[in-house]
Design a protein around this ligand. Structure first.
Ligand code: MG
Length: 212
């Protein structure tokens, strides 16, 4: 028998999660991209929200609600999440999936270009304790700038797909989105306003704490 990968082994220890399975099935049924966050990182999102005691969470990129469920699960009684999603039908599916998971009252979806919504949130005076970035890679550096601007002191900024399935560390790949991710990762690692770690499992996850 072939040995399992480290990730397969770890996943084999956990029972299937009906609400997250429903999200994955609904994404397949709608022909949407099957790019939800890895289950291990989903569990990490729940833990990070819970441990940090975050009250205000911002998600950039909802897709079908997989990470949304993981984030919302970590929220306390008064915790709320705003989720930004470009595609209206994706936001509707995510909302339905959060409702089905009993988390519908925790989340508000805002549909449209994330950059305009981020500017609007800033103008509204919104501030967040936790930001999760998992959207179009070409805007990741802009999303990081806005996340820092919208962060309460000590806020966490978490971002998926640091490795872009290997493209990030392949010097022969020079597409614009890969260049942006490389710059994003450099910023996560070196920006004086942040303390951070980049986890290389699955597709790579950045976790940064805003110091100010
Ligand atoms: Mg992703």
């Amino acid at each position: 028998m072939e040995p399992l990968s480290a990730e397969q082994y770890v996943e084999s220890l956990y029972a299937a999660d009906e609400h997250l399975e429903r999200v994955k099935e609904s994404i397949r049924a709608h022909g949407m991209p099957e790019i939800s966050i890895a289950p291990g990182y989903g569990r990490l999102l729940t833990l990070l929200v819970r441990i940090s005691g975050a009250q205000r969470v911002l998600e950039i990129g909802a897709l079908g609600g997989y990470s949304g469920i993981c984030l919302a699960r970590g929220l306390g009684e008064n915790g709320k999440m705003i989720s930004l999603e470009l595609n209206e039908s994706f936001a509707e599916l995510a909302q339905a999936n959060l409702r089905a998971a009993g988390l519908g009252d925790k989340v508000e979806y805002r549909v449209g270009e994330a950059l305009s919504h981020l500017e609007r949130l800033h103008d509204e005076g919104a501030r967040f304790d936790f930001v999760f970035i998992d959207a179009d890679k070409g805007n990741y550096v802009h999303y990081l700038d806005w996340s820092i601007r919208l962060a309460n002191p000590g806020a966490l900024i978490v971002a998926d797909n640091a490795l872009m399935h290997g493209k990030t560390m392949n010097p022969e790949v020079t597409s614009p989105s890969v260049r942006v991710i490389r710059e994003f990762n450099r910023r996560i690692a070196t920006d004086d306003r942040l303390e951070s770690v980049i986890l290389p499992a699955y597709d790579g996850l950045c976790i940064a704490r805003v110091k100010h």
